[in-house]
Design a protein around this ligand. Structure first.
Ligand code: PSU
Ligand code: MN
Length: 306
């Protein structure tokens, strides 16, 4: 297969036997949440996937090896090291592999490694996108280009308003990446169930989402899809409260001249600090919710491929 790839025995067995597998990323562990909630959440989300009938495959780079399926100790290592682990997108993968370091994989890098392993579906919290002010900075996450070329569907809670939602939507349209709502006509705003942006298509079941993906790939239309799953009502945040916090975090990032790959982790951690943990609680719940949906879609995908 690939000299750089290590697939855990459990995940390899599941893939060989056409059992449902869901990929999970690791930048959310090291850069998306604080220790120890990050590692606790990473382990709990694996359990949610198991409880919903699929096998979890958390993806990261350990000592230069592309790992599909982490053990508990590896998850703890990434969680404890936090921001000192290298955040790896497509550009960074050969560097951490060649220098045999640990790396936390973004949505883009996780998609690449999932596709190498033969995993079609991936659950996370939020994807990267077009940043506010991108007209000047050109700051557009490599996640979007990856969605255009790599055939893995990403279940997320929409796009955080640290980003420009309207530009993110336009950019995905240009790239031919569909935004599929799960029981929603609107692109969810991560902490909130809705935004002022619409999705492309609204689906009401894991089966119909699976049918869309199977058809897309059967037609050789390579590339991924964004599956937008709103945060459950009881965990959603007040829009005014979260908007104010995000404005403050964005202003601080500007004043401190935070640039490039440091921007998203800086904004995520400032938002968590400024809401004194409220946003973290919501963040954890929406990841669980996405894992549940991804596991159900994974089951449908394997059912159609037999
Ligand atoms: N958005 C979130 N939580 C996250 C991320 C984004 O709400 O943890 C992480 C993901 O790993 C995503 C990455 O792929 O940030 C995007 O970083 P950048 O904007 O530098 O491409
Ligand atoms: Mn960026």
């Amino acid at each position: 297969m690939n000299d750089y790839l290590d697939i855990s025995a459990e995940v390899a067995y599941a893939l060989a036997n056409n059992q449902p597998v869901v990929a999970l990323e690791s930048t959310i562990i090291s850069h998306g949440m604080p220790w120890p909630e990050n590692a606790q959440t990473a382990k709990a989300v694996e359990q949610v996937i198991r409880d919903n009938g699929a096998i979890p495959a958390t993806i990261a780079i350990i000592d230069g090896r592309l790992k599909v399926g982490l053990n508990e100790q590896e998850i703890n290592t990434l969680g404890q090291a936090g921001q000192s682990v290298m955040k790896c997108s497509r550009r960074d993968l050969p560097f951490v592999v060649a220098t045999q370091q640990h790396g936390a994989t973004t949505v883009a890098a996780t998609m690449i490694i999932a596709e190498m392993a033969g995993i079609r579906i991936f659950a996370t919290g939020g994807i990267g996108g077009v940043h506010r002010g991108a007209q000047q900075t050109f700051d557009i996450s490599a996640d979007l280009q990856e969605l255009a070329k790599t055939s893995v569907a990403v279940v997320c809670a929409g796009v955080k308003s640290i980003l420009d939602l309207a530009l993110t939507r336009e950019y995905l349209e240009t790239l031919g990446v569909p935004i599929l709502g799960y029981n929603t006509d609107f692109l969810p705003g991560f902490y909130t169930r809705e935004s002022d942006q619409t999705v492309d298509f609204n689906f009401s079941s894991p089966q119909s989402l699976s049918d869309f993906l199977t058809t897309k790939w059967a037609m050789n239309l390579t590339g991924g899809a964004v599956i937008a799953n709103p945060i459950p009502e009881e965990f959603a945040m007040d829009k005014k409260v979260i908007d104010k916090v995000i404005e403050q975090a964005l202003n601080e990032a500007n004043e401190l001249h935070i640039l490039g790959k440091d921007t998203t982790p800086f904004l995520l951690s400032r938002v968590a600090e400024l809401t004194a943990g409220d946003s973290l609680a919501s963040n954890i719940q929406l990841v669980f919710n996405n894992a549940r949906l991804a596991a159900k879609i994974a089951q449908q995908l394997t059912a159609t491929s037999t």
